[in-house]
Design a binder for this molecule. Sequence first.
Ligand SMILES: Nc1ncnc2c1ncn2[C@@H]1O[C@H](COP(=O)(O)OP(=O)(O)OP(=O)(O)O)[C@@H](O)[C@H]1O
Length: 263
Amino acid sequence: MTPDSNPAAAAVPAHAPPISAGLLTFDNLTIGYDRHPAVHHLSGSFRPGSLTAIAGPNGAGKTTLLKTVTGLLRPIHGEVRLTAISRRDIAYLPQQAEIDRSFPISVADAVAMGHWRKIGAFGGITGALMRQTRLALSAVGLQGFDKRPVGSLSVGQFQRMLFARLLLQEAKLIILDEPFAAIDAKTTNDLLGLVLRWQGEGRTVIAVLHDLEQIRGFFPETLLLAREPIGWGPTAEILTPDNLGRARAMIEAWDEQAEWCRR
Ligand SMILES: Nc1ncnc2c1ncn2[C@@H]1O[C@H](COP(=O)(O)OP(=O)(O)OP(=O)(O)O)[C@@H](O)[C@H]1O
């Protein structure tokens, strides 16, 4: 696959958050745990149809930010605003480490859970929905895996299965937390193809990633986070040596026990 010169990366001023008609907007957001802030003073918007990487060192607050967007955490201060969508329109793929892989369920049933918006929590899976489930499994290269218990899948196969479920969700906003961590090159390439397909369909995609070359190659926009926003805009203008150095220094200087922010 070749890097995509994506039109979603419309001109946005460097080092300034792209505030415009955003699908998802942060308004002076401060988030964290037990009133210890993990991320301060984040403002900006993700435009509808944009493809954005969230980058930053370990402990920068990336996962905390995603959990706040999905409603798992409440902001300490400021606001997360959704425009023209609701939380039901968001599909969220957590880090692999947060997912219980021992759940006794078949691959087909796990993927079919992606239909929940159409059928509700207690609705039945019709023949048509099961056919769509099998199509989604084929799209991720897992044809014939329907009856396998999820616990028997390799790490890469498990991630393919979760992407099949995302396919069925047909979400307007897709949020991925380190989707390619511990995944081999072939699987990464296939799943990256799905990410680009989603964006081609007009969906908005946000992914936490650590591979800077991958971000430069495929993600037109980047939010570089290090407890505070270091930059947010076109990837080439954000992932500079200067900004990456500032992000590292910010994390090294961070006080884990910092009290409530007074700025
Ligand atoms: N449940 C929790 N309770 C208290 N503090 C937490 C909790 N989860 C995360 N933190 C802290 O919040 C800060 C940001 O963590 P977060 O997981 O958001 O970072 P990250 O950028 O996703 O890191 P990584 O790249 O290592 O996954 C860290 O100092 C972390 O220890």
